[in-house]
Design a protein around this ligand. Structure first.
Ligand SMILES: [Zn+2]
Length: 390
């Protein structure tokens, strides 16, 4: 029996504005608005600082200071966050934060997603925090909720919980007994759509039916990737990706490559492409190298990388299957902040099939029959992921 809990304390008429207004009296805020998608809000005023949140285009933010090329953002939390000036338009200055009002919360589903639709007077900053591989919290900052005016409708049995975080921000939590199959926030007019993909389905006969997979051959064109033994990584990546596409299609998946030829493609264009295809799973194909190539006798083999907790199980199954089929050394399941795997929808992983700088592995990963073996191993890995989790 699935349930949803509405925390009554949320509706007990607490005015979130009071505290913010007290401290805001002596401050001056610059209103800025995001002009891009995937805009990172960071822990410090540097492009290398840790990412706190990602914002879509059209988010209204109150900045209270600047440093280097960054605006400082006060979200009323226990620390400040920073946004690069190149991602925002500057509107005007104000003495007080004008907090967005939350007018309506509607929770419903469509064939592919569970959706919490939040109607607001403006779109304030927000966050998606994976609290485990099975659960996500959506937090909405700089907003006020008036219990007398709030309209709430719940039209799904999905496990959503509405509450507040420790700083009194609206928190909408989703829990599943399976790993998350993707989630994202979308801005639609004055609405924030907090979307969670319904769990993938697994059917023994056609395991990949209803599944859209993006295969991303790493590098391309002017960007060769790693080069060794007269081999270019970009070529091997494309060769393996094409074989993977065939293998996945045979199992019923809808498959698209981010590039079909030897062309340069921006990393974010690859992510956008996946989004435009409504992809479920994203697999980036690479061959590894090392800054110090002499160490390749110690570190080589097949490894898979993920960024979001939800992608761990898929990484593990693909890595296990590859190690088994190729006989390569186990180079692990690894956490890494690569642009192509940061999206939370689709479930995204990056596969380093082998080390192009390792003599034996280079020979194998460039061999057409061995490449088929790799493609098959990845296909089995995805199948096992579906079978063991859904
Ligand atoms: Zn690469």
């Amino acid at each position: 029996m699935k349930k949803f809990l509405i925390f009554l304390l949320l509706l007990s008429g607490i005015n979130f504005a009071a505290n913010a207004a007290d401290t805001a009296d002596y401050k001056q805020y610059t209103i800025i608005k995001t002009t891009n998608n995937y805009v990172p809000l960071r822990d410090a005023a540097s492009d290398n600082a840790k990412r706190f949140s990602h914002l879509e285009k059209g988010v209204k933010i109150f900045a209270d200071d600047t440093k280097n090329n960054f605006f400082r953002v006060d979200l009323g939390l226990d620390k400040y966050y920073w946004i690069n000036k190149k991602y925002v338009d500057v509107a005007t200055k104000v003495q007080k934060k004008e907090l967005a009002t939350i007018d309506e919360i509607q929770i419903y589903e469509n064939p592919k997603y569970y959706i919490a639709k939040i109607k607001l007077s403006d779109i304030p900053p927000y966050n998606e925090i994976e609290t485990s591989k099975n659960s996500v919290d959506f937090i909405i900052y700089d907003s006020i909720l008036d219990k007398d005016k709030l309209i709430q409708t719940i039209q799904t049995n999905a496990d959503f919980k509405i509450s507040k975080d420790e700083f009194d921000n609206l928190k909408i939590s989703y829990y599943s007994n399976k790993p998350l199959s993707g989630h994202n926030v979308q801005i639609e007019g004055n609405n924030l759509l907090l979307k969670v993909k319904k769990p993938f389905l697994y059917g023994e006969n056609k395991p990949f039916e209803n599944l859209t997979v993006i295969v991303d051959p790493g590098h391309g064109g002017s960007e060769s990737g790693a080069v060794a033994f007269n081999l270019k990584e970009k070529d091997i990546n494309l060769q393996i990706s094409k074989k993977l596409k065939n293998s996945l299609r045979k199992n019923g998946a809808k498959v698209y490559l981010t590039r079909e030829t030897d062309e340069y493609k921006d990393l974010y264009k690859r992510v956008d492409f996946a989004k435009s295809k409504n992809a479920d799973i994203f697999i980036s194909i690479h061959q590894n190298s090392l800054p110090n190539r002499k160490k390749v006798n110690e570190k080589h083999g097949t490894g898979v990388y993920y960024y979001n907790k939800e992608a761990y199980e898929l990484s593990k199954e693909i890595k296990d299957s590859l190690v088994k089929k190729t006989g390569f050394r186990d180079d692990g399941v690894n956490l890494a902040s690569f642009a192509v795997i940061r999206a939370t929808d689709p479930v995204s992983v990056l596969v380093e099939c082998g080390y192009i700088i390792h003599p034996k592995e280079a020979k194998k990963i460039s061999d057409a029959n061995f490449q088929k073996k790799i493609a098959k191993a990845i296909t089995i890995g995805i199948k096992n992921y579906l079978k063991n989790n859904f």
